[in-house]
Design a protein around this ligand. Sequence first.
Ligand SMILES: Cc1ncc(COP(=O)(O)O)c(C=O)c1O
Length: 420
Amino acid sequence: MKRRHLLGLGALGALGLWAMRPGDQGRPHTAYFADLQSLLKQEGGGVPQLVIDLDHLDANADLLAQRLGKLPLRLVAKSLASNGLLDYLAKRLTTRRFMVFHQPQANQLAQAFPDADLLLGKPLPVAAALAFYQQLPNGLGFDPTRQLTWLIDSPQRLVQYLELAKALQKPMSIALEIDIGLQRGGHPDAANLAQTLRLLADNSTLLQLRGLMGYDAQVAHAPLWTDSQQAFTAANERYAAFIDAARAFPAIWPRQPLLNGAGSLTYPLHAKGPTPLNEVAVGSALLKPAEFDTPLLASHQSAMWIATPVLKVQRGPLPYLQQAQGMLEAWNPNRQNAYYLYGGGWPAEPASPAGLAYDGIYGRSPNQERLIGSATTGLSVDDWVFLRPLLSEGLFSGFGQLRLLRHGRLVGTWKPQPAA
Ligand SMILES: Cc1ncc(COP(=O)(O)O)c(C=O)c1O
């Protein structure tokens, strides 16, 4: 009796465990990726490519424009780091406003877009501001006094910029960073803002106040005990309190101040309103890398892929674990094969064929990335694999060019901005 009972339990237990066994997730490419693979086999040159799907990009841009209505847009240059891409989007979205986060990029943009309006998205050390002026060629047509707004996060930094403006004898346009809940620095409260405003009021010929910048990414990451709508309202109330503090300085507060805020994660909330902003900064949502898969951005489409050839298809055994392979793949059919890619180490997740995964036991490689998958993925040597980037920021400069896909054809290239 005892023996039968034990056997019964054992069988049930084994069944339970078996039920949790990962199923075969391998699929061949969908039609979209099968077509793209055919193109790249002919025109991909056999090396990893960053492909921008212009149809999806257009759809994202049109959705953004439609949601924003009359609310002006500033393109976040660090998330769209290609002059061709920025130019294309600036035309389609009729804006010349860019947000910039890196001194060399500010110089590149001033050169490439001499009619641009540049706003710094973070406060730069004053030495970097000096480098901007030193590296700006004469006769560009870009006038930093009118077209570049430096971001100041504290009274102390304002004093440094004042010294620079005096030394260069160049008036500067200034926006003040305010902390509306992100806790990433900037003026923490109205009293602190008033200190900077007093300094500005005393030096208004050299430093001209343009407005405020308050970023609210925390709203999209609201914890369980609150919700995004509540967090959004709280951030807007903080923003409004800073505006009130600035209005107490009517001599320097512009009649039409710049009130910048938001980002891809929160622009739909500001577009719906009410919002204290008169400008939103958006970049990533136009390409929608995987970290932007949020409910608010559900209608945006992924518009970029890393595509790379398969160099080798192997049975799945791991070093030192060859003997265990039979057991490992009986348990997990997605360990049947290992696919070694041309390149790797990108901040990206395998997208097509479905069912591919990094091998957590083997690790990652920037040279020949190993993906595992079942035999039903049907991949062979010289086929292509597609990965979806997690982020667009910092990605482009690792590729010589961006390949442009339109209506199922490769129609051109854009150059990434050089890593600087
Ligand atoms: C100040 C500021 N504004 C806006 C953004 C939004 O950029 P994106 O739309 O690419 O997320 C960021 C992102 O880091 C930021 O730091």
